[in-house]
Ligand binder design. Structure first.
Ligand code: ZN
Ligand code: CU
Length: 483
């Protein structure tokens, strides 16, 4: 009797996520799992896709996102599934949508406005309510969730420009415990940003205590990615050691002209730390960053592009220097008129980006900001750019290595079981693409262009993206961490 599958993918070059060389096979999917990988020429499928020798890989895991609200407000997750992403880790940089029981009367305090300060966004009294909302109306992708230290500070502290007091620490620790029980996989911090910058390492350690018994993960946008980056690495390792949990250095980068080239030093420090404790890191494949607009960040950048502005919305997508000269004012005055606003900052060196990307343990995370009017191109282009520009174009690593950095490595580090590999029994999260064409379509000038060469994307056995369009299916799940 010949086998019948729900979905049968024929004539694939399988890159299985482990880093192993590609091989030719067919893939048979039943319900939400990969049932067979091999020669299935005698089998049939309710849906059949003939890849004609193009690539099937595990769906990509975007380990660094700010998709907390997008998962609910635009469930198609088009910026992500269009790239082949099937799982997103949300709640990064200390900023999570939940738990935030207090409504802010005057809009949203930065940096929470990275999740959109339009005023119509979702609020949840506790983390369980957020998880329930995601499970009641699932998105096209899976998600794994972090609870943000900055959010906890805003939810519990009357004044946030100082270290938390003992009662506040107790309250935040209880919220961390509750969030992890409700399904969060860990805690994130954004010590680089106000108001978290006022939190000493001791505050972070004390509120993160529940990570130790929940076996959670600690992800951090470090206090400094410039002159004092070595101190920040040590602070990060210390948190991991005191709690005995894995740490993730988010979007590792080297900021500022005076520091260009120092990735050689930081990667050596990270490698040494890895011999003593679990340290992970991710990065995005661009030499410009993006966050809220500020005068000090602009002053240390070679070029600044405005991504959104409440003060003068018409300038989204334009160069700060041009805006200032048109207005006949200084850059500082132009910024004052644009605020609140977001920006792209060119203040990294391409050699550091390449060295960090090529470092074996580095995972890929987009850090995309889905609510910006003219977003950084990383939102729509991160994963195809790694495959097209850095692997195929520059030969920085093989396609197999590139895929590993965005699949099996990420699943292992984040404790996402049976994800990130093409293997019999694993979940059927798949990206089907043309290895000769795959690349980012988005650029700094055209940030919303779709990725090239992505054919079909499958989440839990269900097609979510096919031939350039969303399939209006929402099979995503909230993933728990298994360690
Ligand atoms: Zn960040
Ligand atoms: Cu981020």
């Amino acid at each position: 009797m010949s086998a019948h599958f729900d979905l049968l993918i024929r004539n694939a070059q399988v890159i299985d996520g482990t880093g192993a060389p590609r091989f030719s096979a067919d893939i048979g999917v039943r319900a939400d799992r990969i049932e067979r990988v091999g020669d299935l020429s005698g089998a049939s499928g309710s849906t059949e896709i003939d890849l004609g020798g193009r690539v099937a890989s595990p769906g990509f895991i975007d380990v660094h996102t700010h998709d907390d609200r997008l998962l609910l407000s635009d469930r198609s997750m088009a910026p992500k599934v269009s790239q082949g992403v099937t799982t997103v880790v949300a709640g990064n940089c200390g900023i999570s949508l939940a738990p935030l029981p207090v409504p802010f009367s005057q809009g949203v305090t930065p940096p929470l406005n990275l999740l959109d300060d339009a005023g119509d966004w979702f609020r949840f009294r506790d983390f369980a309510a957020y998880v329930q909302a995601l499970e009641a109306a699932p998105a096209a992708t899976n998600c794994a969730l972090l609870v943000g230290h900055t959010t906890l500070r805003l939810a519990t502290m009357a004044r946030t420009d100082r270290p938390a007091e003992p009662a506040e620490i107790t309250a935040m620790r209880a919220l961390v415990d509750e969030s992890l029980t409700a399904g969060a996989i860990g805690v994130s911090t954004g010590l680089f940003y106000e108001p978290a910058i006022s939190a000493p390492a001791e505050e972070v350690i004390e509120i993160c205590r529940p990570l130790s018994w929940h076996r959670g993960i600690y992800c951090t946008h470090m206090r400094c990615e410039g002159d004092r980056i070595a101190d920040s690495l040590e602070e990060t390792f210390r948190v991991g050691r005191e709690l005995d949990v894995p740490v993730v250095i988010s979007h590792h980068k080297i900021i500022g002209r005076a520091n260009y080239g120092r990735s050689a030093e930081t990667l050596a420090i990270i490698e040494r730390a890895m011999s003593r404790q679990t340290v992970c890191l991710d990065c995005y494949p661009y030499a410009a960053g993006s966050t809220i607009l500020s005068a000090d960040r602009a002053a240390t950048s070679e070029r600044v592009l405005v991504t959104w502005s409440r003060g003068m919305p018409q300038h989204a997508g334009r160069e700060l220097a041009t805006i200032a000269s048109e207005l006949g004012v200084s850059q500082e005055e132009a910024i004052a008129r644009l605020l609140p606003a977001g920006a792209i900052y060119f203040r990294m060196h391409e050699d550091d980006v390449k060295r960090i990307l090529a470092f074996e343990p580095t995972m890929i995370g987009s850090d995309g900001l889905p609510h910006d009017d003219a977003p950084h191109p990383r939102l729509w282009g991160t994963f195809p750019r790694v495959l097209g520009h850095y692997a195929r174009g520059l030969g920085l690593f093989s396609l197999e290595r590139a895929i590993h950095k965005m699949t099996a490595l990420s699943a292992r580090n984040f404790g996402l079981v049976d994800r990130g590999v093409i293997a019999e029994g694993a979940y059927a999260d798949l990206a089907l693409f043309d290895p000769d064409r795959v690349d980012a379509g988005s650029t700094y000038e055209q940030p919303l262009e779709r990725a090239l060469g992505i054919d079909t994307v499958v989440v839990n056995g269900t097609i979510v993206w096919r031939e350039g369009r969303a399939a209006s299916n929402y099979p995503g799940r909230v993933l728990r961490r298994m360690s």
